[in-house]
Design a binder for this molecule. Sequence first.
Ligand code: SAM
Ligand code: CA
Length: 221
Amino acid sequence: MSNKTFTLDERLYDYLLAVSLREPPILAELRRETRADPLARMQIAPEQGQFMALLAKLTGAKRYLEIGVYTGYSSLWMALALPEDGSIVACDVSEEWTSVARRYWERAGVGHKIELRLAPALVTLDELIAAGEAERFDLAFIDADKENYWAYFERCLELVRPGGLIAIDNTLWSGKVADPDDHEPTTEAVRAFNRRLWGEGRVELSLVPIGDGLTLALKKP
Ligand code: SAM
Ligand code: CA
């Protein structure tokens, strides 16, 4: 028994997956296809996808905003979890990676729910705000370039409704955030983001040690 969060070894991680993961075959296939890409580790973990899908259902989310699509693994989990009249705005800059995502969205029959915006996410988010979309999203997921995390967070805080949820990925950054000798710019960016968010009074906060660390920030009503 432990009353603090502990690291899972391989055996326990496999057990966790064996008794809880219910990954739809098309998501498993997307994961297999992406594995050939040297950057496949950018994809969220399957148990994290399932957790986020559960969060979407738990909160009754209809409108989901994603920043960082890659080959579409997280967005496909969410698209399958949203109700039939749910919708997604998905932001990325890569035509190549998102062409894989688009193929899987179509095959899964959820393409009609997803609007892909190929542009720097800050541009898209500012366009959404200018178009009157503030407070119209229920759930947002930040998973693109870490240097812009705070800027994404501030826009998301405008775009989600009061009581809406912002999930921020990689906030444990493979443990490097706690290494005092690691001064890589990306590590510093994640560290600064975490510290600043801790002092942000407009949200309720929890850092969930799933995947590479998933911070949940609930916009106070
Ligand atoms: N959520 C995805 C998944 O689970 O499969 C992984 C996203 S991956 C970590 C980050 C993505 O952010 C990449 O696809 C990259 O092209 C995109 N990206 C990087 N900089 C960006 C920017 N300034 N605006 C929008 N997207 C960006
Ligand atoms: Ca990530």
